[in-house]
Design a protein around this ligand. Structure first.
Ligand SMILES: Cc1cc2nc3c(=O)[nH]c(=O)nc-3n(C[C@H](O)[C@H](O)[C@H](O)COP(=O)(O)O)c2cc1C
Length: 186
């Protein structure tokens, strides 16, 4: 796939088939993720791959409850009341896989490095005909003691980017981009 096609064609996918994804394919998208740049080449990332649908359903339920009870600063959770209060709403959209990218080194830039890895991972997934979506709704739950324990994360792993991956079951239209502000300083 051409680079432009990948960049312009990737979408946040919110509808998946139940088709599983081979371990080798997941390893390949993770290999693409770690080609991202990192500050001082520290490569401060780890990948926790969750393929247990029952666990994903439980996490979705608990993450919604946490968001309603204690919304993270800066998130107007009331905007999502209908969604979060709906027992049928799965924050993971029935995707078969969640890859949680975690910062594994305590550097000033490790979270930024992990987000660069996340973008590579989402583009690589698109290149393989897979859909993906960063699930911010899950982020605060994974940072709780219960969330960390559910995945048995090593103590130095800090959850940064929960990304679902799967075979899309529908096309997603591209949300139009706003014109960016440009400040030219010639
Ligand atoms: C940090 C971050 C958190 C996000 N959290 C969610 C989420 O919890 N649920 C969701 O459906 N989409 C989530 N998204 C996807 C965005 O809504 C999506 O990227 C945006 O609408 C633009 O669409 P596009 O990715 O198809 O261009 C998140 C994206 C980012 C970068």
């Amino acid at each position: 796939m051409e680079l432009d096609q990948a960049i312009y064609g990737r979408r946040a996918t919110r509808a998946y088939t139940h088709e599983p994804i081979d371990r080798s394919v997941l390893e390949a998208v993770i290999d693409a993720a770690i080609q991202a740049p990192s500050a001082m080449d520290s490569q401060p990332w780890g990948f926790c791959i969750l393929r247990n649908r029952l666990m994903l359903e439980n996490i979705s339920r608990e993450a919604k409850a946490l968001l309603m009870r204690a919304p993270p600063a800066g998130l107007d959770a009331h905007r999502f009341d209908d969604m979060l209060g709906n027992p049928d709403f799965d924050i993971f959209y029935q995707a078969p896989v969640l890859i949680l990218i975690c910062a594994t080194k305590d550097s000033a830039w490790s979270h930024i490095d992990c987000t660069l890895a996340a973008q590579n991972l989402m583009l690589a997934a698109h290149g393989k005909g897979l859909g993906s979506c960063w699930i911010g709704f899950a982020q605060s739950w994974f940072q709780t003691g219960k969330g960390r324990a559910a995945l048995d994360l090593p103590p130095h792993w800090q959850p940064v980017a929960p990304i679902i991956v799967g075979h899309p079951s529908a096309d997603t239209p591209a949300p139009p981009r706003e014109k960016p502000e440009l400040l030219w300083r010639d």
